[in-house]
Design a protein around this ligand. Structure first.
Ligand code: ZN
Length: 404
C-alpha cells in the first residue's frame, strides 16, 4: 500500500507521533471557526506550529519532514501517498510547501525573511503553509532571529519543520528549540536499510547487505553506492589509503589524492546546475545585445553575475566539504573496524570488503594503535568543521596515520 511515510526506514516511533499529529491537524481543519492549534499543551497526539527533526546524517530527517508535510496536505489527513496533496508534496511541487536547502555554508537572513513573509500568507490549497528547513543548524544568527519571530507568533495555518543533527545549542538556538516539538530519529539498523533497498529499489540482497553496512545505515548513501559505479570507485580509493601510507612522501600524496578526489566529486555535482543558472541569468539579462541601452544594462548585469558567482562559490565549498567528510567517515570506519577486531568485540565490521586488511591492522597495531589512528581521522573531521583549511587538516591526519 502506498504511504507517505514508506521511505522513513526503521523509525516506527517517530512515524506514530507524526501520524497522530497529522490526524490532530486534520481535525483542526474540520472544526469550524478560526483554526486554533494546540501548542505544548497536548503532548500526547497534538499538532503544533513548529517541529524539529533530529538525528544523525542519513537517519532521514528531511524524509520525515517531507512525509509529515505530505500528511498535512493529504486530503484524507493521513498521508495516504496517493492523493494530489500527498503526491505534489512528495514530488516537491505543492504550492503551499516550501523547502529551504542551504546551498552555501549558511542560510542568510534575507532568504529567511522572504520565506517567513511568504509563509504567513493564506494557504492556497486551504490546508497548511508548510516550511521545511533542511540543515537548520546552518542558520546564521540573524536568520535564526528572523525565524524565531515567526515561530513565536505563528500565523494560524503555518507550520515550520526544521531538520538538525541535534538540539544541542550549537545546532539550534535554545529559544527556537523551546518553541518546537522535537522528533528524534535514530540511526536505522543496517538490516532495515538493506530491506528497503531490496524492496523499493530492486537491488539484489547481497549488494544491499554490504552497501547498507558500509554506509552505516545511511539510506541515501547506500542506494548511491549500490547503483553508482563512480561512488564505489571513490570509496575504494579512500579505503586504499591505509595500504598506501608507506612513508612521509606517500602520506602527502595520499592527502593530495583525497583532497583532489573531493574537489572533483564536488565539481561534478554542481557543474551542471551552475551552468544552467548562469545561462538562465544571462538570458534574463539580455546578454549579447548591442547599442547604448545594452551597454548600460551590462553594467548592472556585471553586479548580478558577480552575485551569482559568489553564491555558486559558496555552494561549491559546501559540496567539497561534504564530499571530503563522506570520505573521512569511510576512513574512520576502517580504523573502527580494526579497533573492534583488536578488542575482540563481537560486532560485524562496517566495511565487509576490507575486513581482512582491518584484521591485519588489528594484529600489528593492537587496540591502542588502532584507537590512535581512529582519533587522527576524527580530529581531522573536527578541525575541518572548525574551519581549518582542509588540505592542512588532511595532511596532518595522513602523517599521524603513517606514524601511528
Ligand atoms: Zn494523501
Amino acid at each position: 500500500m502506498p504511504d507517505a511515510f514508506a521511505d522513513l526506514v526503521g523509525q516506527d516511533e517517530a512515524v506514530e507521533t507524526l501520524r497522530r499529529a497529522a490526524a490532530a491537524a486534520a481535525a483542526v481543519l474540520r472544526a469550524t471557526g478560526e483554526p486554533e492549534v494546540a501548542g505544548g499543551a497536548d503532548p500526547g497526539g497534538g499538532m503544533t506550529h513548529a517541529w524539529i527533526f533530529t538525528g544523525p546524517p542519513g537517519s532521514g530527517r528531511s524524509v520525515a519532514a517531507r512525509a509529515f508535510a505530505a500528511a498535512l496536505q493529504c486530503v484524507h489527513g493521513t498521508g495516504c501517498g496517493e492523493c494530489p496533496g500527498c503526491h505534489t508534496t512528495l514530488a516537491g511541487t505543492h504550492a503551499d510547501v516550501r523547502l529551504v536547502v542551504p546551498e552555501g555554508l549558511s542560510i542568510g537572513v534575507n532568504e529567511m525573511r522572504a520565506l517567513v513573509l511568504r509563509a504567513a500568507s493564506t494557504p492556497s490549497g486551504g490546508r497548511w503553509q508548510v516550511v521545511i528547513i533542511e540543515d537548520a543548524d546552518r542558520l546564521t544568527e540573524a536568520a535564526g532571529n528572523a525565524l524565531l519571530k515567526a515561530v513565536e507568533e505563528p500565523p494560524p495555518r503555518t507550520v515550520f519543520l526544521l531538520c538538525a543533527p541535534s538540539t544541542h545549542p550549537d545546532d539550534i538556538s535554545v529559544t527556537i528549540r523551546s518553541r518546537c516539538r522535537v522528533v528524534p530519529l535514530r540511526q536505522p539498523a543496517a538490516e532495515a536499510v538493506a530491506d528497503v533497498l531490496v524492496r523499493r529499489d530492486g537491488i539484489s540482497p547481497e549488494v544491499a547487505r554490504w552497501t547498507a553496512a558500509a554506509t552505516q545505515g545511511h539510506v541515501g548513501r547506500a542506494r548511491r553506492l549500490a547503483r553508482d559505479p563512480q561512488a564505489r570507485a571513490r570509496r575504494e580509493a579512500v579505503l586504499a589509503v591505509p595500504r598506501r601510507l608507506t612513508g612521509v612522501g606517500a602520506a602527502f600524496d595520499a592527502a593530495s589524492a583525497l583532497i583532489e578526489a573531493a574537489e572533483a566529486e564536488a565539481e561534478a555535482s554542481v557543474a551542471e546546475v551552475d551552468a544552467a543558472e548562469r545561462a538562465a541569468l544571462e538570458t534574463a539579462l539580455g546578454a549579447g545585445g548591442t547599442g547604448r541601452g545594452a551597454a548600460s544594462a551590462a553594467r548592472g548585469t556585471a553586479g548580478q553575475l558577480k552575485d551569482l558567482e559568489r553564491r555558486q562559490k559558496s555552494r561549491a565549498t559546501r559540496a567539497q566539504r561534504d564530499a571530503l567528510d563522506r570520505a573521512l567517515v569511510d576512513l574512520a570506519a576502517f580504523y573502527r573496524d580494526a579497533l573492534t577486531m583488536a578488542l575482540g568485540a563481537q560486532v560485524s565490521p562496517v566495511h565487509l570488503d576490507t575486513a581482512e586488511l582491518a584484521e591485519a591492522g588489528a594484529r600489528s597495531w593492537q587496540a591502542e594503535g588502532a584507537l590512535r589512528r581512529l582519533e587522527a581521522v576524527l580530529t581531522c573531521r573536527a578541525a575541518i568543521e572548525a574551519n581549518v583549511k582542509p588540505r592542512i587538516a588532511v595532511e596532518a591526519m595522513m602523517l599521524a596515520l603513517w606514524k601511528g
